[in-house]
Design a protein around this ligand. Structure first.
Ligand SMILES: *[C@@H]1O[C@H](CO)[C@@H](O)[C@H](O)[C@H]1NC(C)=O
Ligand SMILES: *[C@@H]1O[C@H](CO)[C@@H](O)[C@H](O)[C@H]1NC(C)=O
Length: 376
């Protein structure tokens, strides 16, 4: 029990530590422990540092996130713990780097295992502490048997088991090279592109059940939003503290827009998709503001930098272009340890606790904070 309590404190400090270590800011630690604040972590997929209007984007395509930055704190030197999906997510949830938690590569559709079962994740710790826990979105930490999120501390799960391009779907969406939609008849299945997976249609899970296969990507964001809002209201009505982990399908390819135009007539699919994501984040904030505004810590960040191979369908690294290593075939984006690969847009919001309109230059990443506190 003492060990569990220790782990609770260590993992919760994954968040709280952000403020605890920020010079000039006082975090009321005791009050946070006893009052049990709600935690909402929104993790965008493949978003670029430069995609956040407040950071860089000249188009200013993220009005809701910019508003959160104005009413909260923006971290300009925040780094994901890895520059690819699974390792970054494993670190976010365990507070431990890949070399320690065992997740150093992405899981595949064919992977039989996942995040090692001996690792404790934030949801388990908070559930043990009386929290209602939910995950909505992309898991990508193992999808068979005990590796499923329903066995990793989440009371409720709704989402896809891995990336939206790791299976065929109804609407192929914008991708480079494009993948075909799921074949209507399996006898005609062929694999024109090596990076497409026509054999396995992308499933959508609600807890342990597959509720849709292939996923209709056009309606996925709306479904996520509905589940998120419902959960926030449900937890508030119950009067229970909650942990909500939202791992968005945005901004990973394929880009599938919820509103017309859906097809090639769209001039700027990435920008349009970004606005859609921003609106979704705005709806989450509105739900918090109307229910548990003073008691909720909302944190938005990214899993890694943009997937530059996708060209126009990838985000912006802002000024962290790393032009000099491109001569040797490199880039500074996802899958690299150059800055644009892991420096991610990050904002935190908690009225009354986090001062408004502050930009923090402190260099941070989720796992680092925990390791500082534990000395590991
Ligand atoms: C889980 O087991 C792996 C492999 O033995 C080890 O590397 C890792 O440190 C263990 N994790 C914990 C939390 O003990
Ligand atoms: C997916 O959802 C969209 C929007 O509701 C709808 O127009 C489309 O027919 C759906 N696709 C399938 C295969 O049901």
């Amino acid at each position: 029990m003492d060990i569990l309590l220790l782990k609770t404190l260590v993992l919760v400090s994954c968040f709280a530590g952000l403020f605890y270590y920020h010079p000039g800011l006082l975090f009321n630690w005791e009050r946070a422990v006893y009052k049990k604040p709600n935690f909402i972590v929104i993790l965008a997929d493949d978003i670029g540092w430069g995609d956040l209007g407040a950071n860089w984007d000249l188009k200013k395509g993220t009005p809701n996130l910019d508003k959160i930055a104005q009413e909260g704190m923006r971290f300009v030197d925040f780094h994901s713990a890895a520059s690819t999906c699974s390792p970054s997510r494993a670190s976010l949830l365990t507070g431990r780097l890949g070399l320690r938690n065992g997740v150093t590569h992405n899981f595949a559709v064919t992977s039989v295992a996942g995040l090692p079962l001996n690792e404790t994740i934030l949801a388990e710790v908070l559930k043990e502490a009386g929290y209602l826990t939910a995950m909505i979105g992309k898991w990508h930490l193992g999808h068979h048997g005990p590796f499923h999120p329903s066995f990793r501390g989440f009371d409720f799960y709704f989402g896809i088991p891995y990336s939206p391009d790791m299976g065929c779907t109804d609407a192929p969406g914008y991708n480079l090279p494009p993948c075909p939609a799921c074949p209507r008849c399996s006898a005609t299945a062929s694999n024109p592109q090596t990076n497409c997976y026509p054999e396995v249609a992308l499933p959508l899970f609600e807890n342990l059940a597959i509720v849709q296969q292939p996923v209709n990507l056009t309606t996925l964001a709306a479904k996520y939003t509905e589940k998120i809002i419902h959960f926030i209201h449900y937890a508030s009505q119950k009067g229970l503290p909650f942990f909500l982990y939202v791992a968005l399908a945005h901004m990973h390819v394929p880009l599938v827009l919820s509103e017309p135009p859906w097809n090639q007539s769209c001039q700027d699919p990435y920008g349009t998709y970004l606005k859609e994501m921003d609106a979704l984040v705005g709806q989450i904030k509105d739900a918090v503001d109307s229910t548990a505004k003073e008691d909720t810590f909302l944190w938005f960040t990214g899993d890694n930098g943009p997937w530059s191979e996708k060209c126009d369908y990838a985000g912006s690294v802002g000024p962290y272009t790393g032009m000099w290593q491109r001569k040797k075939g490199g880039s500074s984006a996802k899958q690299t340890t150059w800055e644009g690969g892991h420096r991610v847009p990050t904002v935190a919001y908690w009225p009354g606790k986090i001062p408004a309109n502050v930009t923090s230059p402190v260099m941070l990443r989720p796992a680092e904070v925990v390791n500082v506190r534990t000395g590991r």
